[in-house]
Design a protein around this ligand. Structure first.
Ligand code: S3P
Length: 430
């Protein structure tokens, strides 16, 4: 496994384009495969997770071609055009791939087996299996229907009204996918709003989607038409540069063409509460998603904050980097209501608690969150990514303000969402 050595930075300056959005890249392949006709996806994220989605849909008989770097064509075959896979579908490290396509495969009349890497095989699947079973799906999984591998024998599905116990875009999208195959209208209600890329893209393709407050309804058996999608830069990847610019003295970065869908940008609200001033310029829309340039420079000081409740899903992937920011704020930052972090690519509460402690930060771990003492001078040394891309990148930003050398073990997992991360970060060094 690759090890990366990082030292204190003198400043991060310049213009940077983060990689394309991971969530939107996955969905563009999935929905275009279910539509009728040829779709073109521009600025597709060529990283391990979305490539798992491309592999899965090729296995399901969909011709997908890369015509230029990051430009993909998909020959969609309609809702009922997928074919039985000849082999097990390997979803790699990708929770989005396995959870979303479970909903799709539940309505397709053939057998599919879904698996993934050792991390994915420990991630909870009952959250998608339960609603799918209520719809009449024939689905079983390892460990008493809890973990991958999953076996799905497609069957006729019935529409349901489903109230989700947790806010999750993956679960919501899975049930929406199954709802496309069900008779009648399926309604899904979330406790808090999670990212809405599925609703936006499927609506643009002609699906009967209605959103009201925390509920989404989807009509069964629509005809989806092909669309061309240009994927914005990923806010979750931009978050590492935002944090880097705020934390490293003498920094100013312009982060270009970033998706600023409000269901994703809770970190910006939290940073405003922490006293950071971040400029959003050049706001516009591409492919039904709002985008902008984000301009960010070194913060004089940051204030500790309390985070809990409705805002949590809108920054669910940004907690690891927020923990690094919190270590530099005045006071104690309290994070609660974030128990979902325990079932991400790693247990992100535990991982951050252990690694922050190694860097010299005082923390207290809770079942659903963490307290982080601020104003800490970080000490570099050996740190561990746990094979989790967002932990690896968060610790890399911490290293830029730590004394001495930080040696990040198992660093190559950044490729899951951000190939070339370390090189891009180095490119901003003054
Ligand atoms: C994602 C949803 C979130 C997020 C993940 C991507 C998506 O997961 O953490 O990185 O693309 O729908 P949950 O739905 O489990 O919260």
């Amino acid at each position: 496994m690759k090890t990366v050595e990082l030292t204190k930075s003198k400043g991060l300056r310049g213009e940077v384009s983060p990689p394309p959005d991971k969530s939107i890249s996955h969905r563009s392949i999935m929905f275009a495969s279910m539509a009728e006709g040829k779709s073109i996806v521009r600025n597709f994220l060529r990283a391990e997770d979305p490539l798992s989605t491309i592999r899965a849909f090729r296995t399901l008989g969909i011709p997908i071609t890369e015509v230029a770097t990051g430009e993909i064509t998909i020959e969609g075959k309609g809702l009922n055009g997928l074919t039985e896979p000849f082999d097990v579908i390997d979803c790699g490290n990708s929770g989005t791939t396995i959870r979303l396509i479970s909903g799709l495969l539940a309505g397709n009349p053939f057998l599919s087996i879904l698996t993934g890497d050792d991390s994915l095989k420990q991630r909870p699947m009952a959250r998608v299996i339960n609603p799918l079973k209520q719809m009449g799906a024939l689905i079983s999984a390892r460990g008493g229907d809890k973990y991958p591998p999953l076996a799905i024998k497609g069957s006729a599905l019935k529409a349901i009204d489903y109230t989700m116990p947790i806010a999750s875009a993956q679960v919501k999208s899975c049930v929406i996918m199954a709802g496309l195959y069900a008779d009648g209208t399926t309604t899904i209600t979330e406790p808090q709003r999670s990212r809405d890329h599925t609703e936006r893209m499927l609506s643009a393709m002609g699906a009967g989607i209605k959103v009201q407050d925390l509920s989404v309804s989807v009509k069964g058996n629509p005809k989806l038409h092909a669309v061309d999608v240009t994927v914005p830069a990923d806010f979750s990847s931009a978050a590492f540069f935002i944090a880097g610019a705020l934390l490293v003295p003498n920094s100013e970065i312009v982060i270009k063409d970033v998706g600023i869908n409000q269901t994703r940008t809770g970190l910006l609200n939290v940073l405003a509460d922490m006293g950071a001033s971040i400029k959003i310029e050049n706001m516009r829309e591409i492919s039904g998603e709002p985008i902008a340039d984000i301009i960010c420079s070194s913060a004089e000081r940051l204030k500790a904050v309390k985070i809990a409740g409705d805002i949590v899903p809108s920054l669910i992937d940004e907690f690891p980097i927020l923990c690094i920011l919190a270590s530099q704020a005045d006071g104690v930052t309290e994070i609660r209501g974030a128990q979902e972090l325990r079932v991400k690519e790693s247990d992100r509460i535990k991982a951050m608690a252990i690694e922050l402690a190694k860097l010299g930060v005082e923390v207290r771990e809770y079942p659903d969150g963490i307290d982080i003492n601020g104003n800490t001078n970080l000490k570099g040394g050996p740190v561990e990514s746990y094979g989790d891309h967002r932990i690896a990148m968060s610790l890399s930003i911490a290293a830029l303000i730590a004394q001495g050398t930080t040696v990040l073990n198992n660093a190559s997992c950044a490729d899951i969402s951000f190939p070339g991360f370390y090189e891009k970060l180095k490119g901003l060094e003054t």
